[in-house]
Design a protein around this ligand. Sequence first.
Ligand SMILES: Nc1ncnc2c1ncn2[C@@H]1O[C@H](COP(=O)(O)OP(=O)(O)OP(=O)(O)O)[C@@H](O)[C@H]1O
Length: 275
Amino acid sequence: MTGTDLLIKGLSTGYPRRPVIRDLTLPPLPTGKLIAFVGPNAAGKSTLLMALAGLLPSTGTITLGDHELSALSARDRAKVMAFTPQTLPQGVALTVIESVIVALRASATAEPHLPGGSAAHRAAVALDRLGISDLGLESLDQLSGGQRQLVSLAQALVRDPKLLLLDEPTSALDLHHQIVVMDTLRRLAGEGHLVIVVLHDLNLAARWADYVVVFDHGGCAAAGTPAEALTAATIAEVYGVVARIEPGEQGRPHIIIEGVSPSHRDAAGLRNRSV
Ligand SMILES: Nc1ncnc2c1ncn2[C@@H]1O[C@H](COP(=O)(O)OP(=O)(O)OP(=O)(O)O)[C@@H](O)[C@H]1O
């Protein structure tokens, strides 16, 4: 463990009268790594991300380096982390570049009074990193779903936070942009950020993540390197599908889904997946 790991111990969180995560403890999640949270629908991934972002009340401890995150004010949290939800709000009358500048200023980071030129430069760099500079002057409300997702990511990147919490940032993206985003996230991790990303595509997780945490029913079903966490047995258990694992590049698993497991517990379990 290093001094800047994210530590989650005995964490419980959820919604009024709807506990989702109960007493969750994860292995230390180190800065400088790309961590994928995977698992079936309703397993609790988004709920956990929102609790980490301070958007849901929780008990237990969440520390990032020396910071006990639950003790930080919203303003101080915004200095160390950025959270990108699954959907962006509609009806925002801004251009793309304006929205990224607003995200930078709203985060009240170490430079709350950034001159306009610097803020615009940082926003332009964030768009460039994601290959969407050409969208800068487009109206936010006229973008496609995938374009909105990329802009949402740019709004997080521009703040250069230590911890990035990204909920399904590739779900609406074409193949090219999935790779651009995952490559960008890998580079950010390499630069010393801790990047936690919720993914449904297990092969994206297997190919890019340093560590994978598999969630099921509000708990951790498996955690480790992609090869350790994404085994055929775990995939069968949590998803109810038969998977074949083949060796991929650099010892990373390549997952081939062969079909639904006939013996899996029940499809109707979706409603009651969380504990
Ligand atoms: N606002 C809410 N109020 C009450 N319960 C909620 C709320 N949002 C989510 N839940 C419930 O919490 C549980 C976990 O949902 P969550 O969104 O965290 O799952 P997930 O793993 O992110 O799923 P998905 O892959 O479908 O996005 C589900 O049973 C869901 O019905």
